[in-house]
Design a protein around this ligand. Structure first.
Ligand SMILES: Cc1ncc(COP(=O)(O)O)c(C=O)c1O
Length: 385
């Protein structure tokens, strides 16, 4: 077998494709973003302010929900979701072990226990058929994640929630613009949370997040606004222990500009995913596929292979950026060792963690760049057999 370095042709080596290209996205929007930030500076509306309020309205409309509350991160929004549901010590929340750890932080922050349920091998999302056996009298909510932008299977999970009278909290941090049965994700649960971390499909120029409440949520809305502002609805009067979780005015202004482009960007991500799927169809990679009724927002395009680590190194040497989401499932994380899990507890998640590899995907990715990524992948399988 040739080494990875000698197997790469010099031509392939010369044309890098970054994993993420935020400058490409910002470039075209700079005049509008500069003007929005300048307006915030002129008004000194640094915390919340009119641009954040406008963005909240516009984002609620985009999702098809009644309420949106801006936060300083998706993690904060998830934390407040747990508080709104009065989840606390001794309670359990069912969730996935295969997600970014912030999903679980929210449960841990209120002193509750995350109860992991293994994932579906095809979609990487919580497996609905495994949920019911994890429900106990202490279960207070089910929190699935629309991982990589692909909707989880909403209907069967909602049916379980209704049967057991449990709220569903959607972690939609990666899924702005994804649809399930032609309805935007984030509009199904009792509430949903989004992240506007810069690399997300809708990213701020800094940190940001939102809590979305589909309907009949006036009381949740009122309390969430108070919780993000030190537990206070009337200045200097504090009704419960709260946080400083306000969205910055500048982020509200930037997100307002970017939101206008989100549908176009989602369409472009769908173009990239479609091309990868066409061009990689006859390779040994296991490719991501949309489930019936699901329209992914393609936050990530995650392929699978047993020789993932070798392929990753080969791509990197060939100038192709790639990443692992996620190399270690949550039940095996040191921070959650107190839960007492061990290897083998969630075998589907563990296998996914060993095999997954995220390829570059963003709206600005050109056909030539896609071809380059595919070429290096093909070279890997041709030359390192
Ligand atoms: C699935 C998921 N949940 C929650 C979060 C937390 O969002 P934030 O980074 O904005 O706090 C993220 C962000 O990476 C995420 O991917």
């Amino acid at each position: 077998m040739q080494t990875i370095e000698t197997a790469l042709s010099p031509k392939i080596k010369t044309e890098p494709v970054p994993y993420l290209d935020l400058p490409a996205q910002l470039h075209g929007l700079r005049p509008e973003i500069d003007a929005a930030i300048a307006r915030t500076l002129d008004h000194c509306s640094f915390c919340l302010g009119p641009d954040t309020a406008r963005f909240e309205k516009d984002f609620a409309a985009f999702i098809g929900a009644e309420h949106c509350i801006g936060f300083n991160s998706g993690t904060s929004a998830l934390h407040v979701a747990m508080r709104l549901l009065n989840i606390g010590a001794g309670d359990e929340v069912i969730t996935t072990p295969f997600t970014f750890i912030a999903t679980t932080w929210a449960i841990a922050y209120v002193g509750a226990k995350p109860i992991f349920v293994d994932i579906d091998d095809a979609t990487f999302n919580l497996a609905p058929e495994l949920i019911e056996q994890a429900i106990t009298p202490r279960t207070k909510a089910i929190m699935p994640v629309h991982l990589y932008g692909h909707p989880f299977d909403v209907d069967p999970i909602l049916a379980i929630c209704r049967k057991h009278n449990l709220p569903m909290v959607e972690d939609a941090a990666q899924a702005h613009g994804a649809r399930y049965k032609d309805r935007a994700v984030g509009s199904f649960g009792a509430m949903s949370c989004f992240s506007f971390y810069p690399g997300k499909n809708l990213g701020a120029c800094g940190e940001g997040g939102a809590l979305v409440i589909p309907k009949e949520g006036a009381e949740f809305d009122r309390r969430a606004r108070a919780l993000r502002e030190h537990g206070s609805s009337v200045r200097y009067y504090h009704d419960e222990i709260g946080y400083n979780y306000r969205m910055e005015g500048i982020q509200g202004a930037v997100l307002g500009v970017k939101l206008k482009n989100l549908q176009k960007w989602t369409d472009e991500r769908r173009r990239v995913a479609k091309r990868y799927t066409e061009l990689l169809a006859d390779t040994p990679l296991q490719l991501p596929r949309e489930a019936v009724g699901a329209e992914s927002a393609w936050h990530l395009y995650v392929v699978r292979h047993t020789r993932r680590d070798e392929l990753k190194k080969y791509l990197e040497v060939g100038g192709i950026g790639c990443a692992l989401h996620y190399p270690l499932p949550l039940h095996l994380q040191k921070a959650l060792a107190h839960l007492g899990h061990q290897a083998g507890d969630f075998p589907v998640a563990e296998k996914a963690a060993r095999e997954c590899l995220s390829l570059p995907i963003y709206p600005e990715l050109t056909e030539a760049q896609i071809q380059r990524v595919v070429k290096v992948i093909r070279a890997f399988f041709a030359k390192t057999r």
